[in-house]
Design a protein around this ligand. Sequence first.
Ligand code: PMP
Length: 381
Amino acid sequence: MTFEASERVAGVPPSGIRRFFEIAEEYDDIISLGVGEPDFAPPWAARDAAIASLERGQTSYTANRGMAELRERIASFADRRYGLRYDPDEEVLVTSGASEAVDLAFRAFLDPGDTVAVAQPCYISYAPGVQFAGADVLDVPTRAADEFKLTREALESSGAADADVLVMCYPNNPTGATMTREELKPVAEFAREHDLLVFSDEIYSELSYEHDHASIAALPGMRERTVVFNGFSKAYAMTGLRLGYALAPPEAIETMNRIHQYTMLSAPTTAQHAAVEALDSCDDEVREMRDQYDRRRNFVLSRFEEMGIDCFPAAGAFYAFPECPWDDSDEFAEALIEDQRVAVVPGNVFGAGGEGHLRVSYATSLGDLKEAMARIESFIG
Ligand code: PMP
């Protein structure tokens, strides 16, 4: 036996995003619009709660499914904000980041030969996760012409009717697209008609600027076939604390927990204490961060418009997804770093429908954004 990668691992290419971070790391005067994480620190109340829990020595494992008081707050938050009713004891699983919840769902429900329709462009971890679970990915490209929303036509023309699971993410990374309740209806109808499970990544749910976030699980007949992923990384700027959760019917949570209890035991305890406080008392800070992202969003979109670069009006998360001024977005992104020390991510790394675009993150200060946009303007002449 050697350390040769297993077939499942060997079949997954290294992350395209990493390559750009490696290039960016070669320079020390880079303005990075490449990152997918908040530039804020978590609200102080949440940090204080984490510190206080450490001072009390609360560093043991928690219940596998997460602390009861956290599950209760998650359930009441989901109800209050999105009209999602979940039982804290049976229908909530606290995980090490939304990432763990996504991975658990793939491993819990997929068998070799199953097909997972993945709406794209999308977060880079879904396809590898499906492959690690031994199943196959079906690309479902969305289009700039549809503002990167998932449509019934896109599902039909890509053959998703024969898939077993649909993976979707709104507000979306990398496009910044959002979907209203009305726009989700045909997707829900399609899932019901073709008996698809839906894995809905709603990690950016608190960052929806034009309308209230709508969850597909809140539509009629969807709760019983949907797993919702969410977490604390984006809204509360808690990426490194690694805390997320899944909401799903009891039998789904039970199955996911069967893996979680052996592979993770429980999500980080200190982070769970921070999260209880975040849900209890940090609505104002979340709103303040959202307002700042929104101001930056408007700035970035208006600057692209001034430059004559086509950019659909991204309404969520913290990304704009403009058209790339060059044919090859890889070449453009590399040249932009080398020439102007501005890092953006080429759209092709996010899967089908991404080529020809750039992901521009505005999770960075308005001052840096102003300078970066000026450099992009001078680069494209
Ligand atoms: N889903 C999406 C769409 C993301 O952008 C990210 C983080 N970049 C994650 C999931 C992972 O979140 P977490 O930090 O909670 O694992």
